[in-house]
Design a protein around this ligand. Structure first.
Ligand code: UTP
Length: 409
């Protein structure tokens, strides 16, 4: 697009201020600014209108059953054989979502570069590779391992893996892709700028993983290699089983299009999304969207009606993802502190939220599948998220759980 076309586009969305300094820029800055504006998906700004708010349009919610421990005990061997045979046939790839900014941890590098070791170096990325290696050894072949980063942390992440020789993984089976970004806006919906030639933007949420994977070309490559299922997981759970054959086997043998590992919540207030049925289809309600009634509702056996918390470890069928990708995902608006350039051209780092970021969430994909199998795992064996530096879900709690599970720190 040339300058006039970009200007017309901006006036359609009331964002003409983005070109305020255009005439002060050199040629390459001008070109870069126009390209940034052209790449913006302005339709997400619609999410700012209350009637389009993703949080308000939930259907009728009811409790869901999970494959629980007794079922897994009874059918574990069958599931294991089914999952192992899918892995041995090269039908499963692992996808690590590592594009987040990890603001709660307060670590200035990608979260996976955090050293969770105490007397030795043991990085979060290394823990995840170690966990995946166990399955590689069990199934006797390398599993394609795909890592999503963001513009902000891609270089550090890729270099870190290289410097550490991929922590012993076969680099021929590792690929990286960068997730898309979305612009940040002030409370009146005007897009912020970081400098005279740079639009303020941030990773577009973990729901952006699939469209970015497709755009990167990696999806087609995996398909051509015969991969049919993607096990997608978060960077911060250092205990999780990745490409877990029993989970994979349970999902495949159930005939479900997807599966989600879940844990029983420790308390009604625990900050995890919960699985439920929405209009009789599987769905996930984020912890901050739970109504008081849902949070505390109990069943006849006194258990929480919505007790299955998700741990961001999903199995998706690739063919279904292609269908899902044809529909737009709900956009969530998150209040954040957004560094910006003020009207005098000064760069400001705010100390309280000053605007919104736009994010799509992977948990919304569950409701877009026709079926999803909730699969319960033992939380002390598979759930040690590193969200904060101390307290709940922290470096401290994860270290304790790693040690409990025999990982020397
Ligand atoms: P979180 O919701 O914990 O977000 O991400 P975060 O950005 O890592 O951390 P905070 O909230 O700022 O402290 C859950 C998973 O989704 C990934 C994260 O890397 C993590 O694995 N994620 C999140 C992305 O890959 N991209 C995003 O845009 C957001």
């Amino acid at each position: 697009m040339n300058y006039n076309e970009v200007k017309a586009l901006l006036s359609e969305y009331g964002q003409e201020h983005l070109l305020k300094y255009y005439n002060e820029l050199n040629d390459s800055e001008k070109e870069s600014l126009l390209a940034q504006i052209e790449s913006i998906d302005f339709s997400i700004l619609k999410a700012l209108k209350p009637e389009n708010n993703a949080l308000t349009d939930k259907g009728t919610i009811s409790p869901i059953n999970a494959v629980n421990f007794s079922d897994i005990e009874a059918n574990g061997d069958k599931y294991l054989q089914c999952g192992l045979s899918a892995l041995k046939d090269g039908k499963v790839a692992a996808v690590l979502l590592a594009g987040g900014q990890g603001t709660r941890l307060g670590f200035d590098k990608p979260k996976g570069m955090f050293n969770i070791g105490v007397t030795r170096e043991l990085y979060i990325f290394q823990c995840l590779v170690n966990n995946l290696m166990k399955i590689v050894e069990q199934c006797g072949r390398w599993i394609p391992f795909v890592i999503m980063t963001s513009e902000i942390n891609n270089k550090d992440t890729v270099n870190f893996f290289k410097e550490h020789d991929y922590f012993g993984y076969n680099s021929e089976y590792i690929s990286f892709f960068i997730q898309d970004a979305a612009p940040s806006v002030n409370f009146t919906g005007k897009i912020y700028m970081e400098s005279k030639s740079k639009i303020s933007s941030s990773p577009n949420g973990n729901g952006g993983w699939f469209s970015s994977l497709v755009r990167s070309g990696i999806f087609d490559k995996l398909k051509s290699q015969g991969v049919e299922w993607l096990n997608v997981f978060a960077v911060d759970n250092v205990l999780q089983k990745i490409a877990d054959p029993t989970f994979i086997g349970a999902v495949i043998s159930s005939g479900s299009e997807s599966g989600s590992k879940v844990v029983s919540k420790v308390s009604p207030e625990e900050m995890v999304g919960v699985m439920c049925l929405e209009d009789d289809k599987p769905s996930i309600v984020e912890y901050y969207e739970l109504t008081e009634k849902m949070r505390y509702q109990t069943l006849e056996n006194n258990e929480l009606a919505y007790k299955y918390g998700v741990i961001l470890n999903y199995l998706f069928k690739m063919d279904t993802l292609v269908e899902i990708n044809k529909t737009k995902m709900p956009v969530h608006i998150v209040e954040k502190k957004i560094p910006f350039m003020d009207e005098n051209g000064n760069f400001i780092k705010p100390d309280k939220p000053n605007g919104y970021k736009f994010e799509t969430l992977i948990l919304d994909m569950i409701h877009m599948n026709k079926s999803c199998l909730p699969y319960e795992v033992v939380r002390n064996k598979e759930f040690a998220p590193v969200k904060n530096s101390t307290g709940n879900d922290s470096v401290d709690s994860a270290r304790k759980l790693l040690e409990e599970n025999g990982v020397s720190l």
